[in-house]
Write a protein that binds this ligand. Structure first.
Ligand SMILES: *[C@@H]1O[C@H](CO)[C@@H](O)[C@H](O)[C@H]1NC(C)=O
Length: 495
């Protein structure tokens, strides 16, 4: 552990040195061409036809304002900038000039109305780890084709068949927590739960056969995700790249065995079935692997983080917990009256109180604080220039915490969602053609877990109560350690 971190420090210093030398060289080149350029510019531009950039500051060369961003909670940086400059401002972070936007109108402009002018963009190292052919790195025809296949697997019609399997995974998780004398780390356990549900949605019935193998590879892969992208033996990044090759190999094996069994496509409602069943555009094994790894990545830590926040907020708000528990007990009485063992799809649609708790948690926690786009050409927005190649970041968290949109925004109050939010003011899953296609699955697995948790168990948080950590999603400090126990069975449950 220690040697790994000191070697990555060395790499980092070397990397920094290269940047500084490169920067000095560039300065020299610039200096020599400066005079000529200036002459040319005078001739080609007419006064008045150049739009101004949005307000804001760019910080130091290369480093920009990255230190200001990371020396504190990033949301404080965004919020103070917004107070100073308004809903559109420029800055320079992580090596890129950026335009930050934080009004519903601007978000709609970038994500929906003019989406074709703003392509999704990720650091190259993340693309290499997740797989360059995963849908979120693409635009146009390839993206549309994949999105159709992914959406098909996550549509209510497909999810309907999954409810009892998700329920089995939820009951299994809760049982295993209790078996460990109830002392658990909420985030760690929710990650396992979300991982198992993701595998179920991808591989359906085959899930259990490959689960452990896939899990151990994926855990190595994710360790390198936020490391320095240097592919040399011994680095976390290198291990990650090796793990992703291994994952691709396992996936090819699964694909091959499905092909050999030559079952009808109808037998598979899962994501892999959707990818493989598409005869017209037949995806390569590599494309399928990249997209499956991408889906696991997009589905796991996000959902686990939301579930962790829900437990925290329910624990802190006894009256809300009481309302949720009553709603869930009512649902349970209903299916017992029908002589069903558990939940069906229709039951999950009759949980308005719990659904509002999910919405309010998504708003307050805003686990994806923002998304990245890049302008594909010079774009004008409200009299400002968004230059080609600049990053554009819609700041979801700022919108979700705007006092003009949500009164008393830091307060956890699910009843505010009794009135539907206005368009583009509440976008936990984004909006437009790159919005999250798995949102229905996420809601389903959260509802199912909350159902069994609140009807059968009680819990209290252990250790430090307040504080947020970034992993990189905001999380209750230390992942919310809790003690969980079965509720004493109350006599009215037998009536
Ligand atoms: C997405 O944008 C469309 C068009 O502006 C809007 O009708 C819709 O409500 C938006 N979705 C969300 C979640 O805000």
């Amino acid at each position: 552990m220690a040697s790994a971190s000191s070697s990555s420090l060395l790499y980092f210093l070397a990397f920094l040195l290269i940047i500084i030398v490169f920067h000095l060289l560039l300065k020299l080149v610039r200096l020599s061409t400066h005079v000529i350029k200036k002459e040319k510019k005078k001739k080609s531009s007419y006064a008045g036809d150049e739009l101004p950039l949005p307000p804001g500051t760019m910080g130091w060369p290369y480093i920009g304002e990255t230190f200001q961003l990371y020396s504190q909670n990033p949301n404080v940086f965004f919020a103070s900038k917004q107070r100073k400059y308004g809903p559109i401002f420029k800055t320079h972070v992580l090596g890129c000039p950026c335009i930050m936007i934080s009004s519903p109108e601007a978000a709609k402009f970038v994500l929906v109305n003019r989406a074709h002018l703003f392509k999704p963009t990720f650091p190259a190292s993340k693309e290499r780890i997740l797989g360059p052919q995963a849908l979120f790195f693409h635009q146009g025809e390839y993206h549309a084709k994949l999105r159709k296949l992914v959406s098909r697997a996550f549509m209510p019609d497909s999810l309907k068949h999954m409810v009892s399997s998700v329920e089995a995974i939820a009951l299994d998780s809760l049982g295993s927590w209790e078996a460990r004398s109830g002392l658990i780390n909420t985030f760690q356990e929710m990650k396992t739960y979300a991982f198992n549900v993701a595998l179920l949605s991808i591989f359906g019935k085959d899930e259990t056969k490959y689960g452990e193998e896939l899990k151990s590879c994926y855990y190595i892969l994710e360790k390198g995700y936020n490391s320095m992208p240097i592919n040399l033996p011994g680095t976390l990044f290198h291990n990650s790249m090796k793990a992703r090759k291994e994952l691709a190999r396992i996936l090819s094996k699964i694909i091959l065995s499905r092909r050999q069994r030559k079952l009808e496509d109808e037998d598979y409602n899962d994501l892999l079935g959707s990818f493989m069943g598409d005869k017209t555009s037949s995806l390569t094994d590599e494309q399928i692997a990249d997209n499956i790894i991408g889906v696991i990545f997009a589905a796991r830590d996000t959902t686990a983080s939301v579930l962790t926040w829900i437990l925290k907020f329910l624990g802190e708000n006894p009256s809300v917990l009481k309302a949720v528990t009553e709603e869930q007990e009512y649902v349970a009485r209903n299916y017992k009256e029908r002589c069903d063992e558990g939940l069906c799809w229709a039951d999950t649609k009759k949980m308005p109180v719990t659904s509002r708790v999910i919405q309010e948690t998504l708003r307050v926690a805003s686990i994806l604080s923002f998304t990245f786009r890049e302008a594909v050409e010079d774009v004008e927005y409200q009299g400002y220039l968004i230059p080609k190649g600049w990053k554009v970041l819609p700041l979801f968290r700022n919108i979700h915490h705007s006092p003009e949109i949500f009164t008393d925004p830091d307060k956890f109050d699910p009843s505010r969602f009794e009135v539907a939010p206005k368009p583009n003011t509440f976008m936990p899953f984004g909006n437009g053609s790159h919005s999250c296609p798995g949102n229905e699955l996420a809601k389903l697995e959260i509802l199912v877990l909350i159902h069994h948790l609140t009807t059968k168990y009680r819990w209290s948080s252990m250790g430090q109560q307040n504080g947020i950590q970034y992993a990189p999603f905001p999380l209750p400090i230390n992942g919310l350690p809790i003690r969980l126990s079965l509720k004493p069975t109350s006599p009215h449950q037998f009536l």
